[in-house]
Write a new protein. Structure first.
Length: 572
């Protein structure tokens, strides 16, 4: 067993010397031995709760991670943090809490780690915002850290076909249009989600799970097994062991999260047709390491990366199918073979991303992941847009789309509820471009996702006949001509706030443009007439979030980031 020198570890402040006798008495009260107190203290943080299936299996995995920490000669200290689960929050006011929860997760882990002087971190997350939130805290604290995804849900079965929660959201629109009975909707909702795990398609959770392996914060192969699979426990044990080795070797998250590894992370999002939310989360993670990596940077890399994984919502397969053929390393290896990965990036194994995947072989007897030489599309599944309607940029997911240009008339709504009601009543027509504004980071506040509205449009069979533009966000499950993250947002007087019904808008995802057919003079005139709007959130956490949050193209972050540090927690 290692005899640890704790003279440079944060836990020396709570465990070493006669003056820390009162502190040590608390550890004895919890049953620790002297040997355990003198070992490094490893925080094992999970987002376990009973809010949704995404998180319900995480406590089990945390117990397994603790075993790995102990076996490797350190002392685990378990704690939990919050989540807001989008599938439950979607389509009503609760969705304003979703993006804000990402920063609260990072903040709460930081406070727990700082408050108890833990030396390292194993973080286990299962739902959309919790994955980047946990990884942001790791980069911010810069103590040796290993991330682990809690695993995806198995696909549901309905009338002999695989289904996900997206099918249920779209069924709501179909039901409203008279195309589905009450009984069939009831049957679908009972069978779409068969157990524990995050949404099965390449929505935000599985997108960020792929990122966790590609960026190097998670062990290779650890993201793949579905949540109910006992293999998840094995990977949790291995993650616990790995973090102790990182303490020994003093390898930290900012050695791993670099501009090159962020490039790799954006590439896997493009290759898998992943969630547009990655264009928020990767800049936010970079911000913690004092790296400027914007929405435009993410989108440019994604556009240059071939789309090779045939995953829902634009494709045919789900995360369990990726696991069946060998897991996320199959996608990474295909990108390495194609020359789209910067292979010299350090990972939590202590080896580079290229070294980790040297022996991986992309199987030929499958069509879930294709080689880069024979892609689904030569460009990635997500692209950015710029123009006089979005000077700070916007983003659209094109995976599965055939038509990349749309021209139509604006139909403006100042909140999602009004837009959803209009869709439900079919108060729109083919060729309309539905504008949902004042839903940005500040204006929402909270930058809601629009899955209920977009799914209702698809359920009505109108997915290819209208477009939707918002300064809010879209779920990773969204499909169709849906443009999000429009900046500047309406709340600060961005051009989206100046639109009126009937204004002609031209979107060209092939050229990367989004424009309204108005002169600079007309836009200036309307801006002079524009007045800011107040929200109903004038106290509490959402008020606080609105005061702090920055623009979407920089990640909607709420603090100055690593660049403003005068000291780092890991070195205190």
């Amino acid at each position: 067993m290692t005899k640890w020198d704790k003279s440079k570890l944060p836990s020396r402040h709570t465990t070493m010397g006669p003056e820390r006798a009162p502190h040590r008495s608390y550890y004895y009260a919890m049953g620790l031995t002297q040997e355990e107190i003198l070992q490094p203290l490893v925080g094992v943080a999970s987002c376990w709760n009973e809010a949704a299936p995404c998180n319900i299996a995480l406590s089990r995995q945390a117990q397994a991670a603790k075993i790995g920490v102990k076996e490797a000669g350190a002392t685990p200290r378990e704690f939990t943090t919050i989540t807001v689960t989008d599938g439950i929050a979607m389509g009503h006011q609760s969705m304003k809490s979703s993006l804000a929860s990402r920063d609260t997760i990072a903040d709460s882990i930081e406070l727990t780690m700082r408050g108890h002087c833990y030396d390292a971190l194993v973080g286990i997350a299962g739902c959309d915002k919790s994955l980047p939130g946990v990884m942001m805290s790791m980069i911010r604290l810069n103590v040796p850290s290993v991330f682990m995804y809690g695993g995806s849900i198995m696909p549901g079965k309905h009338h002999g076909r695989n289904v996900t929660v997206l099918d249920v959201f779209e069924a709501v629109g179909k039901h409203a249009a008279g195309g589905m009975s009450d009984e069939e909707l009831d049957e679908l909702e009972r069978h779409a989600c068969p157990g524990a795990g995050a949404c099965g398609g390449q929505f935000t959770a599985n997108t960020m799970a792929c990122v966790s392996e590609m960026i190097g914060l998670a062990l290779p192969f650890s993201a793949g097994a579905p949540a109910p699979d006992e293999d998840r426990d094995r990977w949790a044990v291995e993650s616990g062991r790995a973090v102790v080795e990182l303490i020994r070797r003093n390898i930290r998250p900012r050695d791993i999260v670099t501009l090159d590894s962020l490039h790799n992370a954006a590439a896997i999002v493009g290759a898998t047709g992943g969630s547009t939310n990655a264009a928020l989360h990767l800049p936010a993670m970079a911000h913690e390491a004092s790296i400027r990596f914007t929405l435009q940077d993410v989108a440019e890399i994604m556009r240059k990366t071939p789309h090779i994984a045939d995953l829902k919502p634009g494709g045919r397969y789900v995360a369990a199918d990726v696991h069946r053929i060998g897991g996320v390393p199959i996608i990474i290896k295909a990108l390495i073979d194609g020359g789209y990965v910067k292979g010299n990036c350090m990972t939590v194994t202590g080896k580079t991303i290229a070294e980790n995947h040297r022996e991986v072989i992309v199987p030929k007897d499958q069509d879930v992941v294709r080689p880069c030489s024979d892609p689904i599309s030569p460009i990635g599944g997500v692209v950015s847009l710029h123009g006089n309607l979005a000077p700070e940029g916007a983003i659209v997911k094109i995976a599965g789309m055939e038509k990349l240009r749309f021209e139509g008339a604006a139909l403006c709504f100042d909140c999602e509820e009004d837009a959803f009601k209009a869709v439900e009543m079919r108060a729109y027509k083919p060729g309309d471009i539905i504008i949902v504004r004042y839903e940005g980071p500040k204006g929402g506040p909270g930058m809601r996702e629009m899955l209920s509205t977009t799914s209702a449009i698809y359920g009505q069979g109108m997915g290819d006949k209208v477009a939707l533009i918002t300064d809010g966000r879209f779920s990773g499950a969204t499909r169709g001509f849906c443009i999000g993250h429009v900046g500047p947002e309406a709340a600060v007087g961005g051009p989206i706030a100046l639109l009126r019904d009937g204004d002609k808008i031209i979107i060209d995802a092939d050229k990367g443009t989004i424009d309204v057919a108005l002169s600079d003079q007309e836009l200036a005139k309307r801006r002079a007439e524009w007045k800011p709007r107040r929200t109903d959130y004038n106290s509490g956490v959402l008020w606080k979030y609105a005061q702090l949050v920055g623009p979407a193209y920089l990640g909607a972050v709420t603090h100055p980031g690593g660049g403003a540090e005068t000291h780092c927690y890991a070195e205190q």
